[in-house]
Design a binder for this molecule. Structure first.
Ligand SMILES: CC(C)(COP(=O)(O)OP(=O)(O)OC[C@H]1O[C@@H](n2cnc3c(N)ncnc32)[C@H](O)[C@@H]1OP(=O)(O)O)[C@@H](O)C(=O)NCCC(=O)NCCS
Length: 213
């Protein structure tokens, strides 16, 4: 069955891109949390984080090209089962933009790349997450995420976001993780609440959230 789950994610991740001012940047040193290794100069590094049910894989620029152009090739490269998923056409420019950011600033790859959430039991990508750029002037990084509806309401997004937040706050130069939700997006609001985010401001349509280290 073809599911455009990654596409749904990228629609979300596209929101707010560039909204935040860029300030002092995070470091580019290797973390000892998770498994991390350099793949090529432009891909910078690959990070894997583990939760009980998920592996969270930071995609390299090449893997993001496959995610955009050849999802099956991405799954092969990651050693996953072929699922028939594909990225929605309308969202390809967002991935292309992220790849271009990584090419220009490979030391910030971790803050621009897409992270695949792989369900260990099924060896399948069931969701994606991303930060929307390196730490801003307030030492905050913004997170976005989306999961396949078939797997909703099993606590999987909460599990993934909890680990991503923990990892981000362990990185030098990061003191907070922020997020924005449409104020009708009850499921996402609930995820953020469960992870420990609090609302910092609101507009008619959006809520702005933050969790500090
Ligand atoms: C937001 C999203 C990632 C949540 O994924 P998920 O794996 O279902 O999340 P979890 O299971 O960890 O938690 C969902 C929570 O929302 C609750 N929920 C879901 N729909 C709800 C609704 N209509 N009313 C009230 N609560 C709701 C669930 O009951 C659960 O809370 P609980 O554990 O207290 O019962 C998923 O809905 C999604 O991909 N949405 C589309 C993309 C998106 O909106 N991304 C976020 C943008 S900021």
């Amino acid at each position: 069955m073809v599911r455009n789950l990654v596409g749904r994610l990228f629609r979300v991740l596209g929101e707010g891109q560039g909204r935040r001012a860029r300030g002092r940047q995070g470091n580019s040193s290797l973390t000892t949390i998770g498994t991390e290794f350099r793949s090529s100069s432009h891909d910078a590094m690959m990070i894997r984080l583990e939760t009980p049910r998920l592996t969270l894989m930071a995609l390299t620029a090449q893997q993001m090209r496959w995610q955009r152009d050849d999802f099956t090739r991405l799954e092969q490269a990651l050693g996953l089962a072929a699922s028939g998923q594909r990225l929605e056409d309308e969202l390809q420019p967002i991935v292309s933009r992220a790849i271009s950011h990584i090419r220009r600033r490979p030391h910030h790859a971790r803050w621009h790349c897409q992270w695949a959430a792989v369900l260990k039991d099924e060896r399948r990508i069931i969701g994606s997450l991303a930060f929307k750029g390196p730490p801003d002037r307030d030492y905050a990084v913004e997170i976005g995420y989306g999961f396949d509806p078939f797997y909703h309401n099993r606590g999987l997004a909460t599990e993934a976001v909890t680990e991503m937040v923990r990892w981000a706050l362990s990185e030098e130069g990061v003191e907070a993780v922020i997020a924005e939700t449409a104020n009708m997006n009850v499921a996402s609001m609930r995820v953020l609440q469960k992870v420990g985010f609090v609302i910092t401001s609101a507009t008619q349509r959006y809520l702005y959230w933050k969790v500090s280290g």
